[in-house]
Each structure stands twice: as C-alpha cells, then as structure tokens.
Design a protein around this ligand. Structure first.
Ligand code: SDX
Length: 431
C-alpha cells in the first residue's frame, strides 16, 4: 500500500501523505495541498472526503458492515439494549455493572422537564412540525442549564457526563411531550422505570391510568432506538461536529443535528416511506406502478427507504428491523397491509436491474415506520423517534470534537463560480 500520493500539477510534483485507518481505510491527507500547490480538492457533498478521524463507528458500505466501537450491530441488537449501546457509543467501552447503574441513574434523575421549559410549549401551534418543536426545545436546554452550556470546551467537558445524560433523557421526554401537546394532552411526568418503557408511559399514559408496555413493544422500541444510535459521518452527525467545532455547547450542537435530521432525504425518510406505502395501498396498486415511476430517476418519484449515500449493499439495520417487524406484528396479532406492500416492493426492486445496477437496497427507514405504527407511534413522530435513537451518536461525535487538542473550526473552501470583478453602477444608470 502506498505511503504517499504523488501529484503532478503545472509541471510540478507534489507528495501527499497517506493515512490508513484501523480497518484499512485509506485516505490522502490533503491538509497541505492548498498551501503547497494553490489547489484545493473539490468534492460536492463530501462523498469522497473524510472530515475527521473518529473511533466511534465503522461502516463498510460495500459489504454492509456496521460496528460501534468494534462491536457488530448484529451482536448489539441481539445481546445489548439502547441504554447500554448509548454508553458504549459515548464512552467507548461496554459498561461495567457499576458504570451501567451510574449511567442509568443519570438518565432517570434527569428525565423530567421543569415547568419553565414546559411553558415554552404553550407558544407552539398545536400542529407545529414535531422536529421544529424538538430542535427549539433542545436548543433551549442551553438557556435553562447555562452552567452545562458555557461554550468553553474545557468547562463543558468537565460537565460532560451530566450534560450527556440530561440530553439523552430529556430529548426522549420532550419527544413524548410533543406527542401529547399535539393532542391537547397534559404532560405526563417520567417514572422510575426503564428508558423505553418510560417513553411509552410518557406518551400513552393518562392522568388516571398508567400505560404499561407489553415486553414485546418495549423490546421492539429498544431495538429500533439501538439501531439508530450512530451511523458514522451522516448529514446530521456531521452537522453536530460542524457546529461543535466552533466551541458551541452540546445542547446547541444537538439542536443543529435535529434540524439536519428533519430533511426527507435523511431522517424524514421513514415518514416518507409510510406516506408512499399508504398511497400505494389507497390506489390499490401492488407496487408495480410505483416501481415503474421510481425508475424515472426524478427525485419526487424515488422509492423512499431505498438507496443510501454509503451502503452499496444491504443496510444491515434494515435486515434486523425487517425481522423485528415480522416478529412484533405477529406477537401483537397485527396484520398490516402496508407490511405486505413493503415486502412486495422489496422483492420487486431486488429483482429489477434499475435498482440492482445502482446498488439500491432497503435502508434503515424502509421497515422502521411499520414497526413504529404497530407500537402506536403516529407518522409525524417517526423522525422524532429517530432523533431519540441518534442522540448518543451525536453526543459521542460532539465529545470527539470538543476533546480534540488539535481540533480546528470546520471551515471548508469553495470554487467560486460567480461574476468576476465589476464596478458599481449607480441606480440612475440601471434603467
Ligand atoms: C438515512 O448517511 C447516513 O448514514 C444516513 C442514515 C443514517 O442512519 O444517518 O442511514 C439515514 O438518511 C437513510 C437514507 C434515507 N433516505 C431515503 O430513503 C430517501 C430515498 N433515497 C434516495 O433519496 C437516495 O438513495 C439517497 C439520498 C439516500 C442517497 O442518494 P445518493 O447516494 O446521493 O444517490 P444518488 O442521488 O447519486 O442516486 C444515484 C442513482 C440516481 O440514478 P441515475 O442518475 O444514476 O440514473 O440512483 C438513483 C438516482 O436517481 N436513486 C434512486 C433512489 N436513490 C437513488 N432511484 C429511485 N429510488 C431511490 N430511492
């Protein structure tokens, strides 16, 4: 393997170092390129550019591999749970019994939303977009807990454990509050119960009667959140790192990540999948017409939940979610016609050369909506659930940025393509 890259530009030779990751990924280190050659590298959308070295998640898109701190996602989904995987993603190791207990205690002790923050909800329209409410509520954590959000890396890192536990726990509680606020229902305070059971309790309990999740439902939600815990430098995670690189505090950076996740090409895809399946169902189509339209290549007809910026193979999360989907619907005795349509679409697409040649396979969003619907989560809350799941990954990435002694503020360059120098024309002469 080359240790350097040779570049010839304008009859000059340049030598650039090569960086090799622990999984053998190779990168040309172009940090000196502009200073030495006057050229920058250009990579619209950063699909071929590494913005950082990170030890959190390894993703091999060609082979459908996803590991968190070295542990395969399949093993974590089988043997772990969301809270333990959140600890692993953030701190780098599976927790000991004592560490697990301390982390769980931090989540439980910081689950409630104080009355002053509850009052903010009164300012939202009942039909406000859930992700708009979530991002602004999470940003307001910096207003309510300024001692944890000083915008001074050293101070914020000293309080990191509390801020991280508070963020994961309160993002979950705020999600439940959004669900209830939209229905005119009162805030249900958290109980001293496991993380996912608490989310379901705070969403579905009534003041006079507690909702107690059946084990299958709590387990399915646990698996769903675990599978979303982190995913390398995706759009929202890179946004958290970008904002965090300015020394913005954790809460502010997480709020920016939530804004990025709200886009339909990213975290909003699970909502788009359900709308797609529902419209196919309502048109009594078996998916054939939709597949034909999806092959037109227009962004508006895309098969939502299919394709991925990195995976050129099956998204390993999609396989796990697809299996969990079957299990939980069977255990709950739910016969969801949208599941059959999804399976028909998957089978048809996986035999169609248009999808095969473009290496388009189901991604994490293809089946997640069907599970959430079975758990009683409404479609407009799907991306909020995704955000709850992704919070540990965002937090771990913010911490890598904040703790990096050689860190720099993210400041990409550009290739200017606008008008060249021209003189000002007074208004009277512009006609
Ligand atoms: C997530 O980055 C992450 O890790 C994200 C995520 C995470 O956990 O954080 O995994 C979560 O965002 C999953 C992706 C959710 N989005 C969707 O399901 C929306 C539908 N998918 C597409 O919009 C698309 O596949 C993207 C945006 C996901 C990826 O787009 P790319 O890699 O930029 O692919 P592309 O736009 O360059 O398309 C390549 C070709 C094009 O056709 P040609 O121009 O070659 O003829 O594939 C076609 C596209 O038209 N194509 C699709 C398609 N996706 C790509 N055609 C039909 N249906 C699709 N879904």
């Amino acid at each position: 393997m080359s240790k350097t890259a040779q570049l010839k530009l304008d009859d000059k030779d340049y030598v650039l170092p090569v960086i090799v990751g622990t999984e053998g990924e190779k990168a040309i280190d172009t940090r000196t390129l502009r200073a030495t050659s006057g050229y920058i590298a250009y990579d619209q959308g950063y699909g071929n550019t590494g913005s950082c070295e990170s030890s959190i998640t390894y993703l091999d898109g060609e082979n459908g591999v996803l590991r968190h701190r070295g542990y395969p996602i399949e093993q974590l989904a089988m043997h772990s749970n969301f809270v333990e995987t959140a600890y692993l993603v953030i701190y780098g190791e599976l927790p000991t019994v004592a560490q697990r207990r301390a982390f769980s205690d931090r989540l439980r002790q910081n689950a409630a939303i104080e009355p002053q923050m509850q009052a903010i909800f009164q300012g939202y329209p009942k039909d406000a977009p859930p992700m708009a409410m979530l991002s602004s509520m999470v940003a307001s954590l910096a207003a309510h807990y300024p001692q944890l959000a000083t915008n001074d890396f050293e101070k914020d890192l000293q309080n990191f454990d509390l801020a991280a536990g508070m963020a994961i726990s309160k993002i979950r509680t705020i999600g439940a509050m959004i669900y209830r606020y939209q229905r005119g229902l009162a805030y249900i305070p958290p109980k001293d119960i496991p993380f996912c059971d608490n989310l379901l309790h705070m969403m579905f309990s009534e003041l006079y009667q507690d909702y107690v999740a059946v084990p299958e439902v709590a387990r399915a939600l646990n698996t769903l959140l675990l599978l979303h815990a982190d995913h390398e430098q995706n759009c929202s995670t890179s946004t958290v790192r970008m904002v965090g690189s300015s020394a913005a505090n954790l809460f502010t950076s997480l709020s920016a990540g939530i804004c990025a996740l709200s886009g339909p090409l990213h975290g909003g895809a699970n909502t788009a999948v359900m709308h797609m399946l529902q419209s196919i169902h309502d048109e009594h189509d078996d998916g054939t017409r939709f597949i034909a339209a999806a092959k037109s290549g227009t962004k508006s007809n895309r098969l939502m939940g299919f394709g991925h910026p990195v995976y050129r193979n099956f998204d390993p999360r999609a396989k796990i979610i697809g299996k969990a989907c079957d299990e939980v619907l069977q255990k709950l005795g739910i016969n969801d016609p949208l599941l059959e349509i999804a399976k028909n679409l998957e089978q048809a697409a996986l035999k169609d050369d248009y999808f095969i040649s473009r290496k388009l396979y189901p991604n994490v969003d293809f089946y997640s909506g069907i599970i959430m619907r079975a758990l009683g989560v409404p479609v407009n809350m799907f991306t909020v659930i995704f955000a709850i799941g992704r919070s540990p990954g965002w937090i771990a990435n913010w911490r890598e940025v904040a703790a990096n002694p050689k860190g720099r503020i993210y400041r990409p360059r550009q290739v200017y393509s606008g008008p060249v120098k021209r003189d000002y024309v007074p208004l009277a002469q512009r006609g």
